[in-house]
Design a protein around this ligand. Structure first.
Ligand SMILES: Cc1cc2nc3c(=O)[nH]c(=O)nc-3n(C[C@H](O)[C@H](O)[C@H](O)COP(=O)(O)O)c2cc1C
Ligand SMILES: [Mn+2]
Length: 468
């Protein structure tokens, strides 16, 4: 049996030197977002805040799965090279959750109902400068299809609008399909928002799977341990027993509220608009709860890291079918580019193959990437210095750069046009392909002209032998 909590992951991060503990008093509405962001940006560390002004009894964590090293710690994958291939295998299997009693569920240590279930007592962060209010950004919504009872889990941001009300943004995916079924019956949709759980559960929530597949079964497979679930107090939904907090409630069948702007995964703002309304019925949490303040907005944050890791998994798998299999060596969806760029590292076997692979990378289950770059087998796809070097020395502007106009574009790409007559969820624009693999692959002598001119005796020299 594996520990399925967020706090265990945080303890592992600390033990491996990946986390800084901040004991000075901080204010979630004033400075926590900036401290957490800067600590990761400058030092590459997660942050644990133990002294929160106005929120006694709570601790708070930030930036806990922001890079592959932190994900590897969470999922127990030692070899980072093997990280994405391992995920490709694990997401194909499912492990059904198991039920446990409330006595075995730490998330039930404190049960708050009625006026005691007060969202303003939760240390939600004021994330980006232009956000209108604090947000809970780490809530995973567990809902059930009212016809089949099948579960669905997805992440939804919640602008705090009062002690018992938040906004609830539903993009056109599975959760919207389920919500529309409740709307047709004129019934509210029961929702359990899980805030603070093992990273495997966050990964599964952000993963695009087929409709009707319970994301909690994918989380179980990722951990190789069935997720332990417990019944909610006020709604017919089961939630991870080892979560930090669960907000039980419902999304109303009608009525909208003004919401946003909100600093988003693109790194820019999603403009203000209106969202559905979530009403709180109960809150349950641990007796010493740890709030997961999921950092959003300008990269690099956990928000980009979750979706980026899911995109890398899905596109790696997708590319395995292209031309009956490519010599694909690495896939990196760039969080630093707001998820809109993807780099493929491959060894093209024949001229033109890299472009075929790039087209496929831009036609996958995810709309986010609009720029796809292919680099050759001697380039580290995670090192932007090497990627940019390839994009000059190996790219001929008229042969290797291809534009595909009038294609669907991710909803948060503000530079692309909104489809006339539709909401900002639907955009159209131009996708861009850059083949930065070595050209003239069929002529060995030509190919040699694109080899990096490394210092003489590069592999024979060990720098440490000469350092003072
Ligand atoms: C950090 C984060 C925040 C997200 N916020 C929202 C949101 O507010 N609304 C939304 O509809 N999707 C949001 N998403 C995307 C969905 O959670 C994600 O696409 C999920 O896989 C959809 O699941 P589904 O296919 O079962 O509907 C967010 C994703 C992440 C990683
Ligand atoms: Mn789903």
């Amino acid at each position: 049996m594996r520990d399925q909590s967020l706090r265990n992951h945080v303890a592992n991060l600390e033990q491996q030197g990946e986390l800084i503990r901040i004991t000075k008093e901080v204010d979630p509405h004033q400075n926590v977002s900036a401290i957490g962001w800067k600590a990761y940006d400058r030092l590459g560390k997660s942050t644990l805040f133990t002294n929160l002004k106005g929120f006694p009894g709570w601790e708070l964590v930030n930036q806990v799965i922001t890079d592959r090293r932190k994900w590897s710690i969470a999922l127990g994958i030692d070899d980072e090279e093997d990280f994405i291939p391992t995920l490709v295998d694990r997401v194909k299997r499912q492990l059904k959750p198991v039920d446990v009693s409330a006595a075995d569920a730490p998330v039930k240590e404190v049960i708050l109902k009625g006026k005691d279930a007060d969202l303003t007592k939760v240390p939600a962060l004021w994330h980006a400068e232009n956000d209108p209010a604090p947000y809970i950004a780490s809530g995973m919504a567990i809902i059930k299809d009212p016809e089949t009872g099948v579960r669905n889990m997805s992440i939804h941001r919640q602008q705090i609008m009062g002690p018992d009300q938040t906004g609830f943004l539903i993009c056109p995916r599975h959760a919207l399909r389920v919500y529309q079924k409740y709307q047709k019956r004129n019934e509210p949709m029961p929702v359990a928002m899980v805030v603070g759980a093992h990273p495997a559960i966050y990964y599964a929530s952000g993963f695009t799977s087929s409709y009707g597949l319970d994301e909690l079964e994918i989380a179980g497979s990722l951990l190789d341990d069935p997720i332990r679930l417990v019944k909610c107090e006020t709604i017919d939904i089961e939630v991870p027993a080892e979560a930090e907090m669960v907000i039980e409630g419902e999304v109303l069948p009608e009525g909208m509220v003004e919401e946003g702007p909100f600093g988003e995964a693109s790194g820019t703002y999603a403009m203000e608009g209106s969202t559905e309304i979530f009403k709180v019925k109960a809150i349950t949490h641990r007796k010493d709860p740890l709030f997961y303040a999921m950092q959003c907005g300008a990269p690099m944050t956990d928000t980009q890291s979750i979706t980026g890791t899911c995109i890398e998994t899905v596109i790696t798998d997708h590319l395995r079918n292209v031309e009956g299999g490519l010599d694909l060596l690495d896939v990196r969806c760039l969080g630093i580019a707001g998820l809109m760029a993807i780099v493929l590292k491959l060894r093209p076997r024949v001229e033109g193959q890299a472009k075929t692979a790039l087209m496929a990378a831009l036609s996958s289950p995810y709309l986010h990437p609009k720029l796809a770059i292919a680099v050759d087998d001697d380039i580290d796809a995670s090192d932007m210095r090497q990627v940019f070097w390839s994009m000059t020395t190996r790219v001929h502007g008229s042969r290797d750069v291809v534009r595909v106009p009038n294609t669907r574009i991710w909803s948060l790409d503000n530079v692309s046009d909104i489809v006339p007559g539709m909401s900002a969820m639907y955009r159209i624009g131009t996708k861009l392909i850059i083949d930065a693999t070595k050209p003239a692959i069929t002529q060995t002598a030509e190919r040699a002209r694109f080899t990096p001119a490394m210092p003489h005796n590069f592999n024979g020299v060990n720098l440490e032998d000469y350092l003072p």
